[in-house]
Ligand binder design. Sequence first.
Ligand SMILES: [Zn+2]
Length: 243
Amino acid sequence: MSLFASALSFMRGSAATIAELAAPKQCLMCGTSLAERTHRISTACNACMAALPPPPSPDEIFVRLAKNFARDELAVSRCFSLTVYDETLPFSRMIRSLKYEQIASIGLEFGRETGETMRHLGIMEAEAIVPVPIHHARRRERTYNQSELIGRGIAEKTGVPFLMHALMRRRYTTTQTRLNAEQRHSNLSGAFTAGRDSNLVHDKVVLLTDDVLTTGSTINACATALLSAGARRVDVAVIAAAN
Ligand SMILES: [Zn+2]
């Protein structure tokens, strides 16, 4: 197949892969040229990837998350992250590009990186992967759901089935950034519900995927809906978790 033909068949896949073709020429974290890039991440230089801070441990993430919820409200069992999230760290620029600049390769590649790490550590126990859904109107606006790209990357590296439609987002919720933890909980209550594939999570350990974990209200609202749909347990994987 010619390069053009393979690019075309590649592009036909989805809107996300079109954005993937437009790989940046500079590292999104430090701005150096990516001409010499050898790392499997196409949006960052080797030095920035090598300097990526280690994530808080699953136990640390869980303890921090548990503080935001009453004991019987917490629907998540374990959390894994690839790196740490902090607005002052260069990686936060990567997250911004993923959310607002439509560079889909960030989601897929860091998802693969997360899946590879989980596989390597032997901590993948899930039998199904489910992304945090976005409302269809927002998906149209953004062209992709970053949580879906991350989930697909993890599925690719671990062989765990990916379920696109296990959950549905009912409401177009207002942005969470300016709300405190309590306001976030009520903003999200009832926002997620079982989707048309929800029967496939019945009695399964599910891995819920998202880009960033901060207060955990989105994740927990989704995990609650998955447990209501019959999931046995809900674990979480993100590419960056706040310390
Ligand atoms: Zn760099």
